[in-house]
Unconditional design. Structure first.
Lengths: 116, 112
């Protein structure tokens, strides 16, 4: 079974530039997540989609971050304009729909962003 | 106070040692609990779920104390391949949706 795919794997940009990340979840997984992981910290949820609808974006800095999941499959996360503190690994994860209880999120390899 | 707190370590142990990690969480309404493993510069992967009755998977034992809001992970007979960061994870989601809160992780280094 193919895992969660992400691209690019690495990106270096200057502050105030824009950047976009792409994620393709595991086939059949209705739920998709974007996390930000800053060095030395655990992943922090930015946004969660159920099919193509947003379930939770309470921690997404909406003045500069945006995300979409057209057709309920692939997703893109954009930062515009980037700040130095956005340097982090951006992880995409997916899971089957769960009506509660334990379930597993499968993570992609991440995109390592460096803002200079 | 952080929602999920862990000792960052590192824990440096010899092969064959037993090591225990602890984690505390602040949200008493948390629904489910997990340990994830993250290797250096890799993505997190589920190690095991944590149940109130305690559960074991080979050399790994997880315990949950809801009254104290405390989770533990015990690794017996440590292997070099156990070297990684162990993330304590709490699900605070409601309404049928899951929302995972990750701790910052505890780093384990197993040496020969």
């Amino acid at each position: 079974e193919a895992g969660v795919a992400q691209s690019p794997r690495y990106k270096i940009i200057e502050k105030r530039q824009s950047v976009a990340f792409w994620c393709n979840p595991i086939s059949g997984h209705a739920t998709l997540y974007w996390y930000q992981q800053i060095l030395g910290q655990g992943p922090k949820l930015l946004i969660q989609f159920q099919n193509n609808g947003v379930v939770d974006d309470s921690q997404l800095p909406k003045d500069r971050f945006s995300a979409e999941r057209l057709k309920g499959v692939d997703s893109t996360l954009k930062i515009q304009p980037a700040k130095l503190e956005d340097s982090a690994v951006y992880l995409c994860a997916s899971s089957l729909v769960a009506s509660g209880g334990a379930y597993e999120q499968y993570f992609g390899p991440g995109t390592r962003l460096t803002v200079t | 106070r952080k929602e999920v707190e862990q000792d960052p370590g590192p824990f440096n142990v010899p092969e064959g040692a037993t090591v225990a990690f602890n984690c505390t969480y602040s949200n008493s309404a948390s629904q489910s609990f997990f340990w994830y493993r993250q290797d250096c510069r890799k993505e997190p992967k589920l190690l095991m779920s944590v149940y109130s009755s305690g559960n074991e998977d080979g050399r790994f034992t997880a315990q949950l104390n809801r009254a104290s809001q405390y989770i533990s992970l015990l690794i017996r007979d440590s292997k070099l391949s156990d070297s990684a960061t162990y993330l304590c994870v709490v699900n605070i989601g409601t309404g049928g949706y899951n929302k995972l809160i990750f701790g910052a992780g505890t780093r384990l280094a197993v040496h020969p």
